[in-house]
Design a protein around this ligand. Structure first.
Ligand SMILES: Cc1cc2nc3c(=O)[nH]c(=O)nc-3n(C[C@H](O)[C@H](O)[C@H](O)COP(=O)(O)OP(=O)(O)OC[C@H]3O[C@@H](n4cnc5c(N)ncnc54)[C@H](O)[C@@H]3O)c2cc1C
Length: 316
């Protein structure tokens, strides 16, 4: 039997594990090296905190054009995974998006912009908007979106990778080259020459273009069947993201570049609860132990994580 070619993946977030899963399916021997693994919760490990819903974005830069190609492939892979592996925590639901001050890049539905080519895409009629088009919300659309229960998806990937013989090593690396030395030592193969090293380390290391964007989201027990995004005129957004497999609903949220705080902000929590209650009053329910009580959102957890961002888009 021919020896498999070896690939090392740095990082065990949604990108690293998904990439390792696909490489293993393609027939490569894969070793994953990461500081954080799916059991961990750290502000610097973004994936467990993610919504994680899909939103189409208009293509305005070469980097976004590349990302659009990835989105198309991701969509078909997630569709296959969702159909064949319900326990992976992936679902496809209706996505709804509302804009108070939509820019032309959203309302110009040129297919070359990618935005309106998502499955089931449709611009909403004014009478379908909250407020019937005469309120703050001026434009909206719907499409098919995937949503992940990200902690479930990460654990599912980790389990399947282990079953396929992928070695997962917990280690904090200081350089990409170090990964090769770690793999050689862990596998007992001093002559190992990997075909490639994939760096999927999120905010990670060795990339001065990366920076964090703090996100504060709330997990509530109230169910919601669709993912809803409302983009306010001031540039902020309200999002509602159901977590598959009865994982509750994530509501948010903040996007705060340069804010390194790990602590939940009470003012942000109150603002999210108010905005979501107003946007989606049908989500509000009486407390479970008091059916006569006032309908409300029922907060289970306040999450703070750092989205890995990169000036110039992703680097492949
Ligand atoms: C609150 C919140 C909500 C979000 N909502 C959404 C959403 O709805 N939709 C969406 O698409 N995205 C969302 N995101 C963004 C999404 O979470 C990230 O884009 C995604 O999880 C990034 O995955 P990743 O694998 O690149 O990075 P990470 O999940 O951060 O994983 C990085 C991996 O690299 C490892 N690593 C880092 N440094 C080292 C080192 N020196 N040595 C070894 N290993 C290292 C880490 O330990 C980890 O295993 C959200 C993020 C947050 C915080």
């Amino acid at each position: 039997m021919a020896t498999k070619q070896h690939i090392i993946v740095i990082g065990a977030g949604v990108l690293g594990l998904s990439c390792a899963f696909q490489l293993s399916k393609f027939g490569y021997a894969v070793t994953i090296i990461a500081r954080d693994l799916p059991v961990d919760l750290s502000v610097a490990y973004a994936s467990p905190w993610a919504g994680a819903h899909f939103r189409p974005i208009p293509i305005t830069t070469p980097a976004e054009s590349i990302e659009h190609g990835f989105v198309t492939q991701t969509s078909s892979r997630f569709a296959a995974l969702a159909a064949n592996n319900p326990s992976a925590g992936i679902a496809f639901v209706r996505g709804v998006e509302y804009f108070d001050a939509p820019s032309a890049k959203y309302t110009d539905l040129d297919p070359a912009m990618g935005f309106c080519t998502s499955s089931e895409f449709r611009a909403l009629r004014p009478d379908e908007l909250p407020g019937g088009g005469s309120g703050n919300i001026k434009w909206g659309c719907e499409y098919e979106a995937w949503v992940l229960n990200s902690p479930v998806y990460l654990a599912w990937l980790e389990r399947h990778l282990q079953l396929e013989g992928v070695v997962i090593v917990r280690r904090t690396l200081s350089a990409i080259e170090e990964a090769v030395f770690v793999a050689r030592a862990e596998l007992g193969k001093p002559d190992l020459e990997p075909l490639a090293v994939v760096k999927a380390s999120g905010m990670g290391f060795a990339d001065p273009e990366c920076f964090p964007s703090r996100g504060q989201f709330l997990l509530v027990s109230n169910p919601c069947k669709e993912t809803i995004s409302h983009h306010w005129a001031d540039g902020t957004s309200t999002v509602i993201i159901p977590r598959p497999l009865s994982g509750g609903t994530l509501i948010g949220g903040s996007k705060e570049e340069g804010n390194w705080s790990q602590e939940p902000c009470a003012k942000t929590t109150a603002a999210i609860l108010k905005r979501v209650s107003e946007l989606c009053p049908e989500m509000l329910t009486p407390p479970v132990n008091n059916p006569e009580g006032p309908p409300a959102l029922h907060l289970l957890k306040t999450n703070v994580g750092r989205r890995p961002m990169r000036r110039g888009g992703l680097r492949v």
